[in-house]
Design a protein around this ligand. Sequence first.
Ligand SMILES: [Zn+2]
Ligand SMILES: [Zn+2]
Length: 331
Amino acid sequence: MAIRFRVLGGAGRDNALHVEVDSGHAIRRLLFDCGDGCLSGLAQAEVQAIDHLFFSHFHMDHVSGFDGYFRTNFDREARPNRIWGPPGSGRILQHRFQSYLWNLHEDLSATWKVSDIDVQEVRTWRYELREAFERAHEEAAVMREGALVLDEDEFTVEALTMDHRTPCLAYRVTEKTRWNIDPAGLAALGLRPGAWLKALKDPAETPDEAWVEGWRAGELRERLLVPTPGDSVAYLTDFLMNEEAMERLADWLAGCGTLICESQYRAADLELAQRNYHMTSLQGAALAERVRANELVLIHVSARYTREEWAGLLDEARGVFPAARFPETWG
Ligand SMILES: [Zn+2]
Ligand SMILES: [Zn+2]
């Protein structure tokens, strides 16, 4: 059980984030944004294996690499083609699907689903390769509960709408808490392990008041189950950081282990950062410190700076949050 991640794209170039959620018996692969050149950091088989593609927003530097993703997966039937993004995602991506000549598509049956994540609801459209993506089949909208957008067996993906002078989504991937049996507790009660332990871990299957091995399930759970919190990683890029944003993010990111955060500007260029609805590395560091993250990985640094200035930008962040770093691949 672990979350592994890789930042794609170099310093001063487009960046994206590849996340693997490894439950021990299956790996789910998530991609956050798809800027120019980002996919070259992945093997072809890894691109084919991505389960979900999440866009923060559709500025060019976050979507320019989508042609490569689509070319690899356009006729993929082995797994669902699933894309998420801010309002307008369905419309924008349908244009991209249709921006090719399709004349050999009738016998192909790949389906693409795109969801617009709005503050209150998620709206989803289905597009069919067999129809040359001409029709947008609207599915039933889903009202949102808090920040949640995707709830899988092993993990969740949440999204928070931020202000980039256009809605821009910040994402958080969180592994679910795993409940392990305390062997000493089991021995102390004189109980023998068995299939009942698996049922005990699931309150939906075994309600608190159910009898299990001569005990109420609720009490047994309290005595025997030890929680192991899952890993978590947040992808935070392209938005204005002000006091209001800081408060919302600090609440939402409580307990998040790793922050992957844009650091477009140096602290001295704060005014420019605010005018362009971006962040300084110092602001990302302040957020990491506030939520007591384990590490902060700075991405999306401006090409306006020299290598020395990038080093300075990192030093500024480390002054506030020592566990700040650039992605390993940046050298
Ligand atoms: Zn942007
Ligand atoms: Zn950007």
